[in-house]
Every structure is written in structure tokens, then in C-alpha cells.
Design a protein. Sequence first.
Length: 396
Amino acid sequence: MAVTDVSDLKKKRQHKKFLRFLKKFAVILLIAAAAAAIILTKDLWYPKLDGILNKIPAAENTSELAGGKFPIAIDGGADYQLETMDNAVAVLDDSHFFVYDSDGKELYMSQHTLANPVLTVSSKKALIYDLGGTSFSLMSKYKTVYSKSTDSAILIARLSSNDCTAVVTKNDKFLSMLMIYDSSGKNIFNYGSVERIIDVTFNSDNSGCYITTVGSKDGVIVSKILYYRFDRIDYDALGNPVPVWETEELETLAVSVRLFGSEHIIMFGDSMCAYYDINGNFTNAYKYDYNLSGYDSEGNLAAIIFSNAERRSTDIVSINGETGEIYEKTLDYSAENVQISDGMVFVHERNGIYAYTPAGELYSSVSLDSDYDSFRRIGNYIFLMGYDEINRIDFR
């Protein structure tokens, strides 16, 4: 009878374990080497892959309207406003303020008595005010936060991301009076301007604001921006707050000023858009000869559309505030408005919506069965503003 040496069996088992370990270790080394190669050569292959991915549209869109609580009926016809806030839809008509969730469920409703109601929003709140009147209110998705009134007629009002409110009114002493209120409604800053204030833009951390004014010089309309900090205010001999800086006058009629990435602000005017750094230095401008039809900005991306009556078409321009790249494209349809969302440029004409990459390449589109005046986007939903109803479609 043969006798098996136990020590030999142990050696054989240990040898097999060692071989298995070597195989596993070799596989790990191969994976690590492949990953390192992918990372080290990323600059070579990623731009090409990214370009391919950007050109591949998602699921095909249809004009099928959402069911359930849609359409949302609007009393009084076309005189209503719609904006998105906090993943919901805020609607203001001539007598009521509504908030609906993305499925059309009513979250909040309040009645108002504003003669000329105007709606403006931030990411979390809505502000409604009476243009030419004296009343304004800060609203959340579920309640009225506060309501206040002014001594003079309101010209414009704006809302910051931390719920500060800027209200510009007429004034007996100045052409425009700006008042800033904190989230509780407390007045924290005032500024009287001898020129017309047409916009107020809060800075990125809401510690100050950019005030845009319009005036005239030698018979020409000019615009400029003044920057104030709420926590660092100096006063001149007459008791007026002194700006931290102000820009040179620009020969254009400014219509809006927006943050443009983290290092710039952009002024949209009737004849050009101009970029400034956060110290008020002029850096560049894009001039145009056609009529300004619409504009929008988000993050580092801005878009402008112009009506080209000669060609009966629309020119669209996208501007990258980080790289300085400018892309121009002529559309073979007449665009109604433009919106930037998630790094894409959405263009609306009465019977369709088109999504373009910043470089002007068509990414996705949908044809609409009815005429709509405008639209707003939340995630993969497009909310369509009809004459007396709001509909919703999927858009990816």
C-alpha cells in the first residue's frame, strides 16, 4: 500500500495557490495599465468622443401632450406669465398667482389686486409686483412670504438667489430710486439715481449688486454699470453712496445685465452685447446690425437671436464666456424666443422647438401641432404657453 507524504501535498497546494495569485495579479496589472493609458491619452481621444456623443440625440421627441391634469386652463386669455422655480411652475394672471408641480398639480394659489401684475423669479422664490403701482410680494411654492408697498410707482423689481428683493421706483428728487430688501423684507440699501435704472443684477454671493443705467450724451443713448456692496458702503459729501466701480458709458440701449460665468458679466443692448470682468473692465463686445429678438444666458453660455427681415430668417449667436468662442448660425425659420438650459440652446418657433449645441449643431427637435407663444423647460419637460392653456410635452 502506497503512503502519501503529507508535506508533498501541502507543497503542491501552496504551489497551486501561488499560481492562482500570479494570474489574478497579472489581470489586475493589465487593468491598471489600460486605465493609466486611457487617462494619459485622454486629451487625444476624449474631444473626438465628446463630439460624437454631442451629435447623438436621445430618444426621438414627439408632440404628444401630457395627460392627467394637463392642459392647465387659464382664465382671461393670453395675459398671463409663466416662469419656473424650485422644480415647479409659477403662473401669474390678471387676478391670481398659482404654483403647479411638474405634473400639473396645484401647490398654491392666492388672489391679488395688482393692476399691471409682473412676475420675476429666482431659483427658489417668485416675486410679483404692480408695474406703475406700489405693491409687491415675495412668494414661495406654498405661501406668501411677505407683502410690502412703496411710496412711489414701481418701475422694475428683481429677485436674488437668497431672496433679496430689488425694487426700483420713481422719485421726486431722483429719476430712479433703488431699494434693496433682505429675505425678511427689511430695507438694507438705498440708491437714488439721476439716470434711469433699467436693471439690477445681484452678484454671485448676493453681497452686492450691479446697477445698470441708461442716459444720453451728445444726443446719443448711452448705458453704464455701477457696482455697490451692501456690506461696504462709502458716502460722498452729499450723502450719496459711492460705487465700488463704474464702467465707461457705452453707446447702446441696455436691456439686461447678467452674470456671465464666475469672472464676467454681460450687458445685452439693442445694438451690441458687451462683456466686463468682475472689476468693471471692458473686455469685449459683439455688435449686430439686425433687430434683437431674444436673448438668454446661463453659466458661461449666452445666446442671442436676431430678426433678419431681408432673408426672412433668424440669425442665432452663441457666446462662450470662458473660452471667448462665438458661433453664428442662420436658421431657415423665424424664431420666437430662445432659452439656455443645461448647456444647450433651445429655440422656439410657433410650430416647433429645436435644441442646439453651443457650436450650433442641431441636437434634438420636436414639431408642435398647435401655435404656442412661448415655452419654459424643467428637466426633460417643456411647458408650452398657449393662448388660454398650458400644455406639457417630453423633450430629451
